[in-house]
Design a protein around this ligand. Structure first.
Ligand SMILES: [Zn+2]
Length: 421
């Protein structure tokens, strides 16, 4: 093991070491007894992935190699996973309410904690994330992204969205009281919408997130926030800055306006009508259903009857979208629940009717497409070397995603202590 790119770090009181197996002088060679094929539905056997720094330069039969740098043994190797909807600046709501996190915690503490959340995410096999809103922590996602890119911190590759944009008076804490700090940037009217997009782009946002609908009060029903023209202005300003838009939307009208305005993804999206789902398919808008967060919220609330109703509604929403031919992307909304449990999203996709191969695609090729990152989500020559080594076959049982033995992110393997921490 060379030490050129070795870092020692402390996380949760435990020691983990990140070490590179490749260096500038020679390629790295990684033997996979089974490697997920590019079709995402079958295994290639006895393969060696050859890397140079972070890039895959060849995929070859193991018989061509007398020795390798790393042999993963009797395992199933898949591309590094991608989560399209996380909140690294949040911790689970059953540990501290969202209001308390926004109002009572400092951005400094939340940022330090987010660093550990990033490690937990990476350990679970998620090598890249789109972080959809710092929820009151300003531009801390950009700071963390830069720290990771500079090698100061370990974590997934991050696509940032910074503060998120919502209509004034529609987002907590205390929506009606402008004196109370808010979990997103609040705006009113087209001029402020355009200003907010420009400010977030200047601060390092790579996506703009907008709340196309929301509830005005806790427990209330969601209503569309912005007029179609206003959403159009937001997408226009984002497009000028070269940024795509993700829209939180749960109501049919909120989803419909966001889709017509030109957003790239709909987050949640359970209330879409058949006509709106058709529009999503025609415009290639990807649905990110956030099933795991929905489940977590009802479980955290500890309710009895409504749990079933809410879960059934999420299940029905996903099934209607699938039947309508809408593309589904994996976004768990981790942060609402524990970072590192991101694979729960894929387990629920399969429980609700997707095949394991479809679920894996949602977190690999589909997600890479949403991010415009053709070098992620697939193991092939020319791609970044992201690998997740599993102890069981995820095409047979998606629960195998919980048996992560090793993770390689851009040519660096995350080394865990023997006790798994
Ligand atoms: Zn979210």
């Amino acid at each position: 093991m060379n030490s050129a790119r070795t870092m020692v770090l402390l996380a949760c009181g435990a020691l983990a070491v990140l070490a590179g197996t490749a260096n500038a002088q020679r390629p790295g060679t990684w033997r996979c007894k089974r490697l997920l094929a590019e079709d995402g539905r079958s295994w290639r056997e006895d393969i060696v992935v050859v890397t140079l720094l972070s890039d895959i330069v060849a995929i070859e039969p193991a018989s061509k190699h007398e020795a390798v740098d790393r042999d993963f043994g009797d395992a199933w190797v898949i591309p590094g996973l991608i989560d399209l909807h996380t909140h690294l600046l949040l911790k689970p709501y059953d540990q501290m309410t969202w209001d308390d996190q926004v109002l009572r915690e400092t951005t400094e503490l939340r940022t330090l904690r987010a660093r550990v959340h990033g490690i937990d995410t990476l350990r679970a096999g998620f090598v890249a994330i789109r972080d959809l809103g710092t929820e009151g922590a300003g531009f801390a996602d950009v700071a963390l992204q830069r720290a990771i890119d500079e090698g100061l911190a370990t974590g997934p590759r991050i696509w940032t969205s910074t503060r998120a944009i919502v209509r004034r008076g529609w987002y907590g804490p205390s929506p009606d009281d402008p004196a109370v700090p808010k979990g997103a940037q609040t705006v009113e009217g087209e001029a402020e919408i355009r200003d907010a997009v420009r400010a977030q782009a200047a601060a390092g946002a790579q996506w703009i997130k907008v709340y196309a609908d929301y509830r005005k009060q806790k427990g209330g029903a969601a209503e569309p926030t912005f007029a179609l023209d206003e959403l159009g202005a937001l997408v226009d300003e984002a497009t000028k800055a070269g940024l795509p838009v993700a829209a939180h939307a749960t109501t049919d009208e909120g989803i419909r306006r966001a889709v017509l305005a030109g957003v790239r993804t709909i987050e949640h999206g359970g209330g879409a009508s058949e006509a709106t789902l058709r529009a999503m398919r025609e415009r290639a808008v990807v649905l990110v259903p956030c099933l795991a967060a929905n489940e977590a919220i009802v479980l955290q609330a500890g309710r009895k009857g409504p749990i079933v109703d809410s879960l059934n509604a999420a299940k029905a929403g996903l099934q209607r979208a699938l039947a309508a031919g809408v593309t589904i992307g994996c976004g768990s909304n981790a942060g609402v629940f524990r970072h590192g449990d991101n694979a729960r999203e894929l387990e629920l996709m399969v429980a609700y009717g997707m095949t394991p191969a479809q679920a894996l695609a949602s977190a690999t090729t589909v997600a890479a497409g949403v991010l415009g990152a053709a070098d992620l989500g697939v193991v092939r020559k020319g791609a970044r070397c992201g690998l997740v080594v599993l102890g069981a076959d995820p095409l047979l049982d998606i629960g195998a995603l919980r048996q992560v033995r090793a993770v390689v992110r851009e040519g660096d393997e995350l080394w865990l202590r023997r006790d798994g921490r």
